[in-house]
Each structure stands twice: as C-alpha cells, then as structure tokens.
Write a protein that binds this ligand. Sequence first.
Ligand code: 5BU
Length: 265
Amino acid sequence: SRTKLTYETRANFAKNPLSKRLFTLMATKKTNLCLAADLNKADDILELANKCGPYICMLKTHVDIIEDFSEGFITNLKTVAKRHNFLILEDRKFADIGNTVSQQYGKGMYKIASWANLVTAHTLSGRSIVQGLKAGLDDNAKKQRGVFLLAEMSAKGNLIDEKYKESSNKIATEGGDADFVSGVVCQSSTCFGFPGLIQLTPGVKIDEGVDNLGQQYETPEHVVKERGADIGIVGRGILQAANVEKAAATYRDRLWTAYLERVAK
Ligand code: 5BU
C-alpha cells in the first residue's frame, strides 16, 4: 500500500507538480510537519514562521482571520517561506460553484492564487470545484499550484459519510483535472490508494483528546502509523507551547520518526 512507500518513491507517481515538489521537499528537509499558523496579527504569523520555519514542510494559513492583512504581509511571508524552504497552504475550504470559486481564488482582497502554493477545497459541489480553481490560472500558473480536497474532517459529528468519501477520492484520482489535485485532507489510510497523492491530516496533538468546540486530537504516532497521514497538521499543540520553536522541533521529530518506522521494511 502507499503508506509503505517512501516520499522519494511517491514523488515519481505524482501527477501534480506541487505534490511532486512537496514529496521531494519533505524527503530532503526531513520533515512532514505542517504548522497551522492560526494567529490574528500579521507580525505574529511572520515571527512564528521565522522561528518554526526550519522544522516544517508547509505553513497553513487562514488568511480571513488576520486583522491587519496587507500585501506587505504576503511579500514578507513569501520571503520567509523561501528562506526556510517551506510551501504555503491557504486553508480556504472553497465550496461554491466553479464560477464563484474562480473569483474567490484569484480576486478580492486576498488574491489567494497569487501567493498560496496550495489551497483546500470541499468536494460538495463536485468536479467543477477543481475546474473553477483552474479556470482563473494561465497555463504556466496551473503548473505551480495545487489543491487538497477534503474527504474527511476531524470535527466530532461531521456529516461526511463513506459514499461522500469514495466520491471525493474519485474526483481526486480520475478525470482530466486530477493533475491539479495534490492530495486529500482526511483522517484514515483508506481515503485513497493512489501513491502520487499526499494525505494531509489535522487534529494532531501530543496530548490527545478534544477541545471544547468539537475538535478531536490523536498523537503524531497514531496519525502517521494507524491513520496513514503523510503530513500532520499541528496548530495549538505548537501555538500554545511556552516555546514554539522547541515544540515545532518536537512535533517534527515525532512525526518524522513515525514515518521512518512506517516505511521501514
Ligand atoms: P489545531 O489548533 O491543531 O486544532 O488546528 C487545526 C487546524 O486544521 C485548523 O486550522 C483547522 O482549520 C484545520 N482543520 C481541522 O482542524 N480539521 C479538519 O478536518 C480540517 C482542517 Br479539513
């Protein structure tokens, strides 16, 4: 199964240039940690990214929770991403018809398509969600962008069932637009089988458990070895630590060791 293959090997299966790039980045930088930078001030995000940059393969943003967003913030974030060699994932969770998604992606205040290497999208509206994202990009830009499709969520009581999960997998792997899909956001190794896609799994914390708004956590070892995560997303596990840099290093070590143990013969 895909979970026994190394990231180097899986890079060769990737149809989307960004998943190939991300697999390779993970293998060379030796990290499968994605940091969820859920902070409300631009400078705080930049400071966090600078401190934790050496330990992460990707920084995940929710650009709509930033109170002082500016183009300058994006310029600085891109500089930090280049300095520390990580990709930027805007967790926008697009969910509308293609024509609207195309505008939400490229236009408005945030112009997400101009800076986010990767974005997330729900599959609720079907294949046209991927087509909508691609529609606003020129041929060159299409090769430098990708989407993670949601096939499962970590929230308690979420409405996603087996059939929805299977249909999401089909959108991610079949048809002419699958080359724009970098991976799947999900909670289990049965979400998809194609080794060229990346499994992104949120809900990761050393102290497993729940928060008071429905979030459910599992340990780094559990998500990588039992749930098939290729990349673990960690937010508050790092953000609320007394020393964020140390916490990032710890999560990196534990996620990476779990991956090495998973692929060991
Ligand atoms: P936390 O602080 O580690 O709980 O943050 C988790 C992040 O992952 C947060 O930014 C969520 O928006 C995101 N997330 C999630 O928690 N669960 C999901 O199923 C999806 C995204 Br999809």
